[in-house]
Design a protein around this ligand. Structure first.
Ligand SMILES: [Zn+2]
Length: 421
């Protein structure tokens, strides 16, 4: 059993689940077949199995990308749960649409993960994404907007690229009054200012690297060896601001969208045709933008993103594990495993990576009392693997069973509910 607090494996452990909640975690010898029978329990032998907490994807979108794919958010939910992802954290979308997706997930616990919602993208005027952006240009408008989002029950407020410091600082202040986590994908609001102002979470590694450019007009001119880079990394570490690198979206959508190994990655086999068709349409648009730079330049930028992730980790910055699914070439569910593989490439141990994808991701949802670890009192969200994920992080893909709120589920049965067309 993986212990998310120590990032180590505990041998021969029994887990007693009752009414969807973990009641007891004990050395296997303490719970015998006799004691189980006396308690009326169903006993499931886990020999040659490794138990990990249910995985959490800290960065997904539930409606606007799927809208462009002519799909609704509920349709891809089985792809998450079937790959052991028992909770997903939205990072910005249409608010009523998210509520409907959450309701669908609650009504279909055998095929869908828990859904945690986010605000619209708080942005300048006009918003970058007109369908899910919300323009705020007067600080006086922040408090009523945040109160409205809190009343909708969102977990996260997301500050987007066109928000300036006056608005952003107020969002953080009022958001914290409401007990909400404030995340930022920033451009106009300098990330160092946002961190000093109390931002909780930085979305995307380039929200850090875009403020370290030798040439402000060239996104590839990242200088990680400057004093400025050192100061920014130290500042983020000092404030313990979460960084959610979402390396997957840079690999799949932005840097390598024209590379055959990325387009035809085996993980995409489970993706419905409509989503693949959108990915194909999107590639032409990306090719004119990010794809305009030679591949060698993009590869060098990718190496800098990995190196910056390493530097943040080594400085003690808490990292999250998010993907930005279902952005092009970022397959819901499977991509979280791929993201973990990238984090191991960045120097995290498999145990540190798995702890980030479970307990740390639960913390950013303020759910660490209920999710993210296999402990008494936690919701019974567990995944069984048939190989040790600490030996090789790719073994997290070897899911044999998914337990969602105490329900014992087979991955193939879950995945059969995802549409193919
Ligand atoms: Zn996103």
């Amino acid at each position: 059993m993986f212990d998310a607090r120590t990032a180590r494996m505990r041998p021969a452990t029994s887990v007693l689940i009752d009414d969807g909640v973990i009641r007891l975690v004990a050395p296997a010898t303490e719970l015998t077949a006799e004691s189980d029978a006396a308690a009326g329990a169903r006993r499931v032998e886990g020999a040659d199995r490794w138990v990990i907490p249910g995985l959490i994807d800290a960065h997904v979108h539930l409606s606007h990308i799927l809208y462009q794919s002519r799909m609704t958010g509920d349709e891809v939910l089985p792809l998450y749960l079937g790959h052991g992802v028992t909770s997903i954290r939205s990072t910005g979308d249409n608010v009523p649409a998210q509520k409907l997706v959450e309701r669908y997930a609650d009504d279909h616990p055998d095929i869908a993960p828990h859904v945690f919602r986010c605000s619209f993208l708080i942005d300048g005027d006009p918003p970058w994404h007109p369908d899910v952006g919300w323009a705020i240009t007067d600080p006086a408008d922040v408090a009523p907007f945040v109160a409205e989002m809190a009343a909708w029950g969102v977990k996260t407020l997301k500050i987007y690229v066109g928000t300036d410091r006056d608005i952003g600082r107020r969002v953080i202040e009022v958001g914290h009054e409401h007990g909400l986590v404030v995340s930022g994908h920033l451009l106009d609001y300098h990330v160092a200012d946002a961190v000093r102002d109390g931002l909780d979470c930085i979305e995307h590694i380039y929200t850090v690297s875009n403020f370290l450019l030798a040439d402000p007009d060239d996104r590839h001119s990242i200088d990680l060896d400057s004093d400025e880079a050192r100061r920014l990394i130290d500042l983020i570490a000092e404030h313990q601001t979460w960084v959610d690198p979402t390396l997957m979206v840079f690999w799949g959508t932005l840097l390598f969208m024209d590379v055959p190994e990325v387009i035809d990655h085996p993980d995409h086999a489970s993706v419905p045709d409509r989503l693949r068709a959108f990915w194909d349409r999107d590639r032409a648009r990306r090719a004119l933008d990010w794809g305009a730079a030679p591949l060698a330049t993009r590869e060098a930028t990718w190496e800098k993103y990995l190196r910056l992730t390493t530097m943040l980790h080594e400085a003690g910055v808490p990292l999250l594990v998010g993907t930005d699914a279902p952005e092009p070439q970022v397959t819901p569910g499977a991509s979280l495993h791929h993201e973990m593989e990238f984090l191991v490439e960045c120097g995290l141990s498999p145990g540190e990576t798995l702890a980030a994808a479970t307990l740390e991701n639960a913390r950013v949802l303020r759910e660490e009392e209920r999710r993210g670890a296999v402990e008494a009192g936690m919701i019974a969200d567990l995944v069984l693997l048939d190989a040790d994920p600490l030996q090789d992080v790719r073994n997290t893909r070897r899911v044999t069973d998914v337990i969602r709120g105490g329900r014992w589920l087979a991955p193939a049965t879950i995945l059969a509910h995802a549409p193919t067309t």
